[in-house]
Design a protein around this ligand. Structure first.
Ligand code: C5P
Length: 276
């Protein structure tokens, strides 16, 4: 490798997340409409030895030890590289986080000629979809992907109340694990059609997460008060998103929500990555 390269690790959003059953191994079967936001972390790869440095607004919340998914991804690919991770997104927050970062490392390594490891799921259930970083229906425990046509333009606001939430803890708190799957996902003609379709879907983890962190309920109410056309929690939380009619409304909402001391950003859908 002669020079370094940069990969964007877009925030993953579960626009809809249905939990359809729990299997014998304790994992949950999911059915989810996933998309990626223009807000994200940044990964820079340069010649080794293998190491990880973290900077950015949420660097302190992250442990750069050998367990970090970025290092484990590089090791799995057999790559001796130096990784600089700029952590712009809150950690343990239901928007991909470590999985998006590790997937960005793997995309960068692919551009350098390294093969993508086959046993990706070992790193995390969200890694396959984060590798694609494009709209997809995600099923199974995350390994079954159906890529979707581009979604209508979205004016998104992401909000996190500043408290981490453990994914296993939220799964453990689910009251119902046998829920209906998603209806067929159409090729959405426009924003209104997407919002209408989402109105018939759920995030089956939302009630359990609100039970653990009631402030998530406050975030959802606040997003609605800011005029969002649709609001929901992403993944196992605590990050929530709102879909707005215009970019101006989204920007104003993000500024209002920041005044509560919450992390909030207005953004749109991510551009597709160089390779996935
Ligand atoms: O794979 P990931 O690190 O995202 O998952 C964290 C934990 O969440 C798993 O160890 C498992 O307890 C739970 N999980 C699950 N079903 C899934 C994905 C994750 O039960 N489909």
């Amino acid at each position: 490798m002669s020079a370094g390269l940069t990969e964007f690790a877009a925030a993953k959003l579960n626009l809809a997340l249905h939990v359809t059953c729990r299997t014998a191994d304790g994992y949950h079967q999911l059915d989810s409409l996933v998309c990626f936001a223009g807000a994200g972390d940044v990964v820079k790869l340069s010649p080794g030895p293998l190491r990880l440095e973290v900077d950015g607004p949420f660097a302190d919340a992250l442990c750069a030890d050998a367990d970090n998914l970025c290092l484990r991804a590089a090791e799995m690919a057999g790559a001796d590289i130096s990784i600089r991770l700029t952590k712009n997104l809150p950690v343990a927050s239901g928007i991909g986080g470590g999985s998006a970062d590790a997937a960005a490392v793997l995309r960068g390594l692919k551009r350098m000629g390294y093969p993508i490891p086959v046993n990706l799921g070992e790193l995390g259930a969200d890694i396959p979809v984060c590798l694609k970083s494009q709209p997809a229906r995600m099923q199974g425990i995350g390994e079954r992907l159906t890529m979707l046509p581009p979604l209508p333009r979205l004016h998104l606001v992401l909000v996190n109340p500043g408290l981490p939430l453990s994914t296993p803890q939220v799964f453990a708190a689910l009251r119902s694990r046998n829920n209906p799957p998603l209806r067929d996902i159409p090729d959405f003609a426009d924003f209104a059609e997407l919002v209408d379709w989402l109105g018939h879907t759920r995030n089956d983890m939302e009630d359990a997460a609100v039970g653990i962190l009631p402030v998530i309920g406050d975030v959802l109410v606040a997003l609605t008060s800011c005029g969002a056309a649709f609001v929901r929690m992403s993944g196992s939380g605590a990050t929530c998103f709102g879909l707005f009619d215009t970019a101006g409304q989204a920007t104003q909402a993000a500024e209002t929500l920041q005044r509560n001391g919450w992390w909030s950003v207005a953004t749109e859908l991510a551009q597709p990555p160089h390779c996935g």
